[in-house]
Design a protein around this ligand. Structure first.
Ligand code: PBG
Length: 335
């Protein structure tokens, strides 16, 4: 607008607006032409929960549409993801045997290592990401080793490194530590490099908050802590500067990609990280975010598909390059 310069408007004619943003909203084709943020199946990473045993496809009550899968079903699900144009899956292993040190997390033939091998054999192009953390593997459900009720940092690092190495040796394309121990990216990088796995990238769960939105995941992964909570290692929801510090540390330690988790209640964090760092930003649209939409949809309170695509668009619009989401298959089918 030309501030200060008056346009002559005859008294008999009403004043029309000069600027009419509605002009570009007149029809679907035009709206599509000027859309700034577009979703595609290539944006998604699909999480899978792999369990031991045969022919298991056990529904997770709090996550309708998501299952605990035995190997052959996990392979089938991975195939379906690939066929829909989804480039990557994120694997969580759920072992039968859990112990204080989470030994099945870094067993060469542990459930997640076997799943990696089988999925890579079936779908060599699919990028398999291994979630590296002990909580699904420990009998106490914490992400590291416990000493007198406290998760000890430095003694946990070799176990995480060991898990990363066995997963990468099994064929994992990307290693994603989600434990939130200090120094784990550097420790894992060093361990991978020592066995010449120098080309395997690390996707660091860099800004991971202590969130109530992980509730349904803990049913899916059978990983709820038996005592206490994760506030001693995951971040406080009120903090932004701390997130930037966590990301900076992981970048310094050698992370190749950085993650913000959860996504929806943390869009400001995604934006802040996007603006300050050059690495690809991955956001985790977590279990509780998925379950909320499912529940409201099943009750007829929202239009599930519409809200799902709106949610994923908002996560991308905030600055995410990639989105880890349980909606991946459904969303890819719609796109
Ligand atoms: C830890 C891990 C968790 C999630 C991903 N990795 C759970 C936790 O930190 O308690 C949560 C993901 C989700 O809620 O979808 N291994």
């Amino acid at each position: 607008m030309n501030a200060g310069r008056r346009r002559f408007i005859p008294a008999t004619v009403m004043a029309f607006p000069i600027h009419r943003p509605r002009r570009l909203r007149r029809n679907p084709v035009l709206r599509d032409m000027v859309r700034e943020t577009r979703l595609s199946p290539g944006d998604f990473i699909y999480p899978l929960f792999v369990v031991e045993g045969r022919d298991v496809r056990r529904p997770i009550a709090s996550m309708p549409g998501i299952f605990n899968l035995s190997l052959e079903h996990a392979v089938a699900e991975a195939r379906q993801a690939r066929a829909l144009g989804i480039p990557s899956v994120l694997l969580f292993g759920i072992p039968n045997h859990k112990d204080a040190h989470g030994s099945q997390a870094y067993a060469k033939d542990g459930i997640v290592q076997r799943a990696i091998r089988e999925i890579k054999a079936a779908e060599p192009d699919l990028q398999v990401i291994a979630d590296v953390c002990l909580c699904e593997y420990t009998d106490h459900g914490h992400c590291g080793i416990l000493e007198e009720g406290h998760v000890v940092n430095d003694a946990t690092l070799p176990l995480l490194s060991q898990m990363a190495v066995t997963c990468a040796q099994a064929g994992a394309d990307i290693i994603a530590p989600s434990d939130m121990m200090d120094g784990r990216v550097a420790a894992i990088r060093r361990s991978l490099d020592e066995v010449r796995l120098t080309e395997v990238p690390i996707l660091a769960y860099a800004a991971k908050y202590a969130s109530g939105f992980y509730g349904p995941f803990r049913e899916a992964a059978q990983s709820a802590p038996k005592s206490g909570d994760r506030r001693g290692y995951q971040m406080d929801p009120g903090n932004v500067r701390e997130a930037l510090k966590e990301v900076a540390l992981d970048v310094e330690e050698g992370a190749d990609m950085i993650m913000v988790k959860p996504a929806l209640a943390y869009l400001d964090i995604i934006r802040a990280v996007r603006e300050r760092f050059e690495l690809p930003v991955v956001s985790y649209n977590v279990s509780g975010e998925y379950s909320m939409l499912k529940a409201a949809g099943q009750n007829g309170w929202i239009d599930y598909e519409r809200v799902m695509l709106e949610t994923l668009t908002s996560i991308k619009r905030a600055g995410s390059d990639l989105i880890i989401t349980y909606h991946a298959l459904e969303a890819a089918k719609l796109l």
